[in-house]
Design a protein around this ligand. Structure first.
Ligand SMILES: [Zn+2]
Length: 144
């Protein structure tokens, strides 16, 4: 097998595998997906959702937003010594609280995700322009 790296950046690496078969390439792809540590939004508590999307859809979309995962120093909640549901060692906590006071529909983006605890400041969304939903005038989306 021969590997030729075409380009490499912070977000992406392009490479060509030569003298191998698709099964090996797929195995390599699956290992990269499984073994690269990542941080994702897992639990969401919605207090007010006036958007056209149901709560479950909002949660799903939040889970797909890429978060910075350069230095993951979080431990799994089940392995944490804290007696609470979450602490700075085992959870990054965020909130969105957007009230549309304009007279036009308003898009809510990943830039509206606000970090609450210190761990969340280290795992901010990678992109600010990932759309989550839209709310009409005089409507609100509030969640933690
Ligand atoms: Zn903890």
């Amino acid at each position: 097998m021969q590997v030729e790296i075409l380009s490499h950046s912070y977000e992406e690496t392009q490479l060509v595998l030569k003298n191998t078969n698709p099964a090996f390439a797929n195995s390599l792809r699956r290992i990269m997906i499984a073994e690269v540590p990542t941080v994702a939004i897992e639990a969401v508590e919605i207090t007010q959702n006036d958007s056209p999307l149901i709560d479950e859809m909002i949660c799903h979309r939040l889970g797909l937003i890429p978060l910075q995962s350069d230095h993951i120093d979080l431990v799994f909640p089940q392995d944490c010594d804290c007696s609470q549901d979450a602490c700075d060692n085992c959870a990054a906590i965020y909130k969105i609280d957007v009230h549309n006071t304009t007279n036009k529909p308003m898009n809510i983006y990943s830039k509206h995700i606000m970090p609450i605890n210190s761990a969340a400041h280290q795992h901010l969304p990678v992109f600010d322009n990932v759309i989550i939903t839209t709310i009409n005038p005089n409507s609100r989306l509030s969640l933690t």
